[in-house]
Design a protein around this ligand. Sequence first.
Ligand code: DLL
Length: 443
Amino acid sequence: MNSLLESSIADCHPASVPDFTPVAQLRELQLKRLQAVVTRAWQQVELFRSRMDERGLAPQAVRSLEDIGKLPFTKKSDLRDTYPFGLFASPMKDVVRLHVSSGTTGKPIVVAYTKEDVDVWTSVMVRGLAGCGLHRGDIIQVSYGYGLFTGGLGAHYGAEGLGATVVPASTGNADRQIMLMKDFGVTAICCTPTYFLHLIDRAAGLGVEMKDLPIRTGIFGAEPWTEPMRKHIETMGRIEAFDIYGLSEIIGPGVGCECRRHQGLHIFEDHFYPEIVDPATGEPLADGSEGELVLTTLSKQAMPMVRYRTRDITSILPGRCECGRTLRRIGRIGRRSDDMLIIRGVNVFPSQVETALLEIEGTLPHYQIVLTREQGLDQMEVLVEVTPRMFTDKIGSLQGLHDRLQGALDHVLGIRVRVSLVEAYTIERSQGKAKRVIDRRTT
Ligand code: DLL
């Protein structure tokens, strides 16, 4: 074993050892689990069985991992159409937990867990947190929402499973969050990146210096964020920031997580099988190509998901991570296939706006995109908060900042949008996922 690998393993909680399983052994385990999950779904879930029947497929058709490509996809609409319990593969007496994801539109979806599912969820979260360098002795503040959202309880069980001390703060009451961090000597926080930004601002407002707090790690996810945002958070918050990914339909947080190399998110592949497909055709794409992430749960009991179309756009990164984990990695998820805005025929993603803004000094990482329709034409306005100093400076510097932003956005987006500079705190702060786009267009 090389010394890097040895030190990575030494860093870890014993539960993290599966991260280093030799690849051949991992693939063998995945195949065995895939066959079992397909059989379970076929036996227990009517929708899945009928889709397999339509294709003339039985579970025995899965003889190799490549055969996964023959299986039907599952989509979010399938969960909505079978609301509430239509995709459950376990009787209710075996279901110990339900979570609900509301999404932005329409009916909510319900997801279910058996005791074994909760144990798997805890174990992947333990592995994720351990990979970020956390361990027993850490004091972890969980500031994801507790409740129907998976973030709070998912991180909570993981942090407790790690043997750390958990501060179950949930979201809200930023002043109290800062007080807890300070008084309890919190060493790590789990929350959305935008909520942490808000906490940094509040700390400054309360006269608390981040550098005086013992916090050293942040585990951020549940919404897209960019590399410039990471740099901003790390500098202002005096912490190391990690990206954690997950979705309710698959388990919640803990599908994948960065390690200390910060070169992509390791997928906990012994439980979740990743594929990348062309979002338009559903055809599989090679490693390194960007496309839609499709996930299959390999051990889920209560609600197995076969080839779930996440709509999250990323790629499987080729090659192995220097940390020695054998788990494949995905790139940071910057966008979803359904968050694309089409403005006067041009495709625009909110993450492009964030990248452009954060490169310009004098702005704050708080922005919102407002869409309107004027005389039949779509208009996009980007509201950007600027540092208080900019407003007290001469008018000329504000105009200069406006022009630099306008230039950066024109360049990145390829269309002219309206830029409005606003004072700090004009844009509403979110406690969970940030709402970046306000669509005021009426059809
Ligand atoms: O957001 C689970 C979660 C909680 C993940 C806490 C990480 C931390 P849902 O509410 O079902 O579950 O939303 C899932 O959020 O399909 C992505 O579009 C987005 N998302 C989650 N993590 C990231 C991330 C939770 N790290 C949806 N980067 C997913 C970008 C993310 N997008």
